[in-house]
Design a binder for this molecule. Sequence first.
Ligand code: HXC
Length: 269
Amino acid sequence: MAGSSTDKDGTEQVIMLERRGRVAWITLNRPDAMNSINNAVRDQLPKAVRDADSDPEVRVIVLRGAGPRAFCAGADIKEFSASVPAIQRRQTLVHDAWIEAIDRARKPVIAAIHGFCLGGGLEIAVACDIRIAARGSTLGFPEVGLGLITGAGGAPKFLRIVGLGRAMDMMLTTERIAAEEAHRIGLVSRLADSDKLEEEVTKVAEKIASLPPLSVEFAKEVIKKGFDSDLATASRLEGDLFALLLTTNDRLEAAAAFKEKRSPKFTGS
Ligand code: HXC
């Protein structure tokens, strides 16, 4: 991949969005800076995610990093400066929370991780629904060593995935872990050889894309809400969404295809 380009108006194009059939591939495209997150990424990534999420042809979204070395090495440290007044910084982060586009996506979002996945890069990955990592990748939170902490919802999401003890250990020591260890602790759900990552991600994305889209969307919703609400509330939501799915054509189509021993054709209705 060639690296970011610049628009006529001087805007650096750092995010690429490509649709391959029912899968939208969103690429962080700053390979010379290890795809680190600068203001242009914070500006363009949410838009690409929202565009893919609202495209009726898209069923699954994949996030990945360009170039051979990194998914994303975190915030662009070269943009760090003391020049922004704290109050302005705080208002920007709260009112323009770029990571929320991933948090709010209705469609499943898969992180295809290779190389370094550090700091804000790992925050992006834990905002995704499924993480698939290439062997040889390295994951970690260096923030504390930089006099910071995670700033894009990374800590609360990470501890929900790996548990309190492991989250404390990794975030307080800043030690990085290998993909195999990330797999062992459930931080990534699948591993692939590095030259097979795209193939593995495509396989998973296509599998999900072949399923009834409303079931996929509601399953994602109830799993996410199940984390953040009490058992009774989450179970009630599950019951409501289950009842809604009973009214869909795709449910009837799935049952008919089973009886007729044929492949189902789902329409998302
Ligand atoms: C800006 C970065 C960068 C980053 C790498 N580069 N990480 N530029 N911000 N986060 C640039 C390097 O400056 C260098 O460019 C090029 O990418 C290659 O990096 P090297 O350091 O030469 O490679 P290597 O020695 O192999 O080391 C790779 C590395 C290291 C381990 C990933 O670059 C590193 O530690 N980077 C910082 C990682 C980090 O601390 N991230 C957390 C940021 S804080 P030049 O032009 O010099 O060749 C954060 C907070 C999030 O993410 C808050 C909410 C979003």
